[in-house]
Design a protein around this ligand. Structure first.
Ligand code: BTN
Length: 271
């Protein structure tokens, strides 16, 4: 891996400082990394401090949720951040939602209004602009660390991405019709993430859930189809539970709770 601790890493630290945040841990920058999540998990195992960040200009083995690959050419944002939540407890399961929220807020500050699609896709006009890959490590006492991997399509135009994803994605530069600074976006995301992390520790998951719902794709009360853990479920999207899982009401009136998966709205057929 080509690790360059300077440049984008130093710029990110300076931009965070300009926002009033003395970043408490190392910010590692690589021009090219297989996957910033894999790199940070390796660093976490070696004892890296909470809030260690890995930023890459491009990835050769970027990973998405559900075992998918995350196409990672230069121009987009590839960022991972390490948290070591204490004390371990159920409240931290909403961290991926808090991260999606931080991305949506960072984009709003840049001028792009986005919506959050459960579990944590960031959408603009029905097309994906960002995603989160949260990977937790547990020990005998419960949760030890979480690597939050953040991918934002900043400057790579959809036609320059693989044909299977191109029709379903957009990028910030295209939405704004101007060039965008991905390190600036990274600093806004990290700033908002610190805010939600501390709010979560202080006030509990409800505060994150309420803010997440306010930015969510308005599915509540609508029919959706979910692909989760090898099964396909149809139901009415009702709410999030305490841990951020999606509550669906099934045809027979019973409720089921989804902890992961893909969800799409089922639109009634038109005549
Ligand atoms: C998704 O499927 O929506 C999640 C995509 C997460 C991609 C990011 S890019 C930075 C980090 N490193 C990875 O390999 N994946 C995440």
């Amino acid at each position: 891996m080509n690790v360059d601790p300077g440049h984008a890493g130093l710029r990110l630290r300076a931009l965070l400082a300009a926002r009033g945040l003395e970043w408490p841990a190392e910010i590692e920058h690589a021009a090219l990394s297989p996957s910033t999540n894999d790199r940070l998990k390796q660093r976490a195992r070696a004892g890296a401090a909470e809030w260690t960040v890995v930023l890459a200009d491009a990835q050769t083995a970027g990973r998405g949720r559900q075992g998918r690959r995350w196409s990672s050419p230069p121009g987009n944002l590839y960022l991972s951040v390490l948290l070591r939540p204490a004390p371990p407890g159920a409240r931290w399961s909403v961290l991926p939602l808090a991260t999606g929220l931080a991305v949506a807020e960072a984009l709003a500050a840049e001028g792009v209004e986005s919506s959050l699609k459960w579990p944590n896709d960031v959408m603009v006009g029905g097309r994906k602009v960002g995603g989160i890959l949260a990977e937790a490590t547990s020990g005998a006492d419960g949760l030890e660390s979480v690597v939050l991997g953040i991918g934002v399509n900043v400057a790579v135009r959809p036609p320059d991405l693989p044909a299977d994803v191109a029709p379903t994605v957009t990028c910030v530069a295209e939405e704004l019709a101007r060039a965008v600074d991905r390190v600036e976006i990274a600093s806004a995301v990290l700033t908002r993430l610190t805010v939600w992390y501390h709010a979560l520790a202080r006030e509990g998951p409800q505060v994150v859930q309420a803010a997440w719902r306010a930015r969510a794709v308005p599915w509540w009360g609508r029919a959706v189809e979910a692909q989760s853990g090898g099964r396909r479920v149809r139901g009415i999207a009702r709410d999030l539970d305490e841990g951020g899982a999606l509550i669906l009401e099934l045809e027979d009136g019973s409720r089921t709770v989804l902890h992961s998966g893909e969800v799409r709205e089922i639109r009634p057929a038109r005549d």
